[in-house]
Design a protein around this ligand. Sequence first.
Ligand SMILES: *[C@@H]1O[C@H](CO)[C@@H](O)[C@H](O)[C@H]1NC(C)=O
Ligand SMILES: *[C@@H]1O[C@H](CO)[C@@H](O)[C@H](O)[C@H]1NC(C)=O
Ligand SMILES: *[C@@H]1O[C@H](CO)[C@@H](O)[C@H](O)[C@H]1NC(C)=O
Ligand SMILES: *[C@@H]1O[C@H](CO)[C@@H](O)[C@H](O)[C@H]1NC(C)=O
Ligand SMILES: *[C@@H]1O[C@H](CO)[C@@H](O)[C@H](O)[C@H]1NC(C)=O
Ligand SMILES: *[C@@H]1O[C@H](CO)[C@@H](O)[C@H](O)[C@H]1NC(C)=O
Length: 675
Amino acid sequence: MNMAVKENISVFKFQGIVNVFVIFCSYVFACRAQSYIFDDEKGLGREFDGIGGLSGGGATSRLLVNYPEPYRSQVLDYLFKPNFGASLHILKVEIGGDAQTTDGTEPSHMHYEDDENYFRGYEWWLMREAKKRNPNITLIGLPWAFPGWIGRGKNWPYDYPDITVYYVVSWIAGAKQYHDLDIDYVGIWNERSFDSKYIKVLRQTLDRVGLTSVRIIAADGDWGISKAMTVDPYLSNAVQVIGAHYPGTYTVADAVKTGKKLWSSEDYSTFNDDIGGGCWARILNQNYVNGLMTSTISWNLVASYYEDLPFGKDGLMTAQEPWSGNYLVESPIWITAHTTQFTQPGWSYLQTVGHLKHGGSYVALTDGLGNLTIVIETMTHDHSVCIRPPLPGFNVSAQNATFSLKGSFSTLTVLQVWYSKFDFKTRKPTYFKQLSPIKLSDGSFTLNLNVDEVYTLTTITTGKKGSYPKPPDSKPFPKKYLEDFNVRNPSFTEAPYFADQTGVFEYFINMSDPGDHVFTLRQVVTQRPVTWVADADQTISVIGDHSWQNMTVSCDIYIETANKGGVFVAGRVTKGGGEVRNTKGIFFWVFADGTYKVTNDLRGEIVLTEGLSGTRAGVWHTLTLRIEGTFASGMLNGYPLWMNVMLLGPSNGWAAIGTRAFEPAQYDNFYVEAN
Ligand SMILES: *[C@@H]1O[C@H](CO)[C@@H](O)[C@H](O)[C@H]1NC(C)=O
Ligand SMILES: *[C@@H]1O[C@H](CO)[C@@H](O)[C@H](O)[C@H]1NC(C)=O
Ligand SMILES: *[C@@H]1O[C@H](CO)[C@@H](O)[C@H](O)[C@H]1NC(C)=O
Ligand SMILES: *[C@@H]1O[C@H](CO)[C@@H](O)[C@H](O)[C@H]1NC(C)=O
Ligand SMILES: *[C@@H]1O[C@H](CO)[C@@H](O)[C@H](O)[C@H]1NC(C)=O
Ligand SMILES: *[C@@H]1O[C@H](CO)[C@@H](O)[C@H](O)[C@H]1NC(C)=O
């Protein structure tokens, strides 16, 4: 059986009613002209819930907040403004948990048990900006990690469900109280085990405190929870959406059996070139055609993190250079527009969706008021591979397809046409171009479809390809960079360009400081979080350009923990993200016990030199690390402490600051000069 027929039959299984005509045409009769029908006569398919982007999981919007205006607003317009660019229906954000969650850490609203602050990080700001542009945007929150106190000493958030629920519900209530944001959906624990008891307590608590409209998505991993839901009606009642990640466009029978909404609640994660755009075009259609998923959410929303961190540029667009203002509107933005600008959550899919005979797929949606939007994609295999899961082979070729409108659409006389083509031969792609409207005679039209194309045919006339003048040219991170942290009313809790990889570094004000260190940067995580990946045992924030080889890093530092405390500055730091534990670099440490150490690794095990420094807690010191070629030297308070230590590597990497353990410490007058 060929692939197309097999897929059609699997759709048949899930959906009950399918485009029988296609099966006859491809299987029974040897039809020459392929015909497809869009019909609402026998009722509609599932309700559409929207297309979204995910900020976080983790720190993926880190650099966006530091863009100068007007570029920052332009990026936000490309993402969220209706009838402009991606015009997203959904914004999903990480509920920061102080731990590393892929490209950095995001701060928690409760670092400690007696702590509460709803102004940390940038997700609140991002949600407000999204709402400002589209008041109807759906908001979702999901934790990846939790501050250490949630686990009560264990790396596990479910042993005390009441505490974890209190923590998550506080975030939802805080969104309303401090930012007037209504959170529409909340998740459980990203890509980790779910716990039925926890989910039920979460549902009961939301209902008890009046947050009945907040729906629960579970479990943001595989489809596994659906089996548990089919045998546990209380669990089933608690969950409103089954969200799976990277489903490869297919669901499972148990998930369909629950009768719940099915979402691809995290998908894409692919380098945002034209193959990434092809991946996105294919899954946006086929997540419904093959798997009845009514929402697809891109990890990530915007690639706004240092490209040398894991999964560089795996966002709908790229904004990773706040120092230059340069950003790139990549093809996934326009692929998104093909669906988002011509549908809304609350519309319904038609039952007549499916695969084209010679490859590709078509979906149709309606608002139930006479509007119709059809999206057709003909992505070839090699030009639409996503990062995961593996994509089985299939063939797509040029084809003529005739579409007939039946039921309430039979009287439509004209459809607007929007068109994209990835042209891997000429390398001259077309993105989201408006073509002449199609005039319908007897309710049908024929398209001469080629490969790697997307068509939207719609009654909606408000589509627009928004644009801004070209942003500034790309530039590397400045070779000389000074940060004195003297910001009286910072817009964000983190200092520009610092990308925390373990721990959280925040602006700090010490009003009782007598002199130069009233405004500092402070590491504030004092206990190992309930982690999502293997955070380091030290804290670290990186900055600069990963290609830097020779550099001087200088910083005033303040150890707060007597006896055991310690702080470092570093250069040539190689790794962040989930691999941060194993990062190499040149680390210059001073400790509260009056010693210093120079190591090749963040773990502090590969010691290059060590000795006495006279450093102690509660006193400001200045560290200077100079790295050139195969040698490094260090100064303390302007005097040489160690000289010309020979280096075996690494050859390049970021600058960084950090602490010996999860302990508070402060930094001031950070300066880096690369050459
Ligand atoms: C929000 O939704 C309402 C109701 O569906 C609609 O009338 C309105 O135009 C929408 N607003 C925007 C900005 O999309
Ligand atoms: C389609 O939607 C528009 C609003 O976007 C509405 O004015 C119109 O009546 C709807 N129906 C048709 C058949 O166009
Ligand atoms: C695709 O086409 C090639 C050449 O006709 C054929 O060998 C191959 O089996 C086809 N692959 C699939 C998955 O149908
Ligand atoms: C589609 O139809 C046109 C005539 O309208 C024909 O020239 C072309 O070869 C057909 N394409 C395919 C792939 O059958
Ligand atoms: C604030 O400054 C005072 C005066 O120098 C000092 O004693 C205190 O330890 C500082 N507090 C913190 C948290 O750094
Ligand atoms: C770094 O310094 C070494 C030794 O001075 C030199 O050979 C090398 O070219 C420098 N690297 C860069 C990128 O300037």
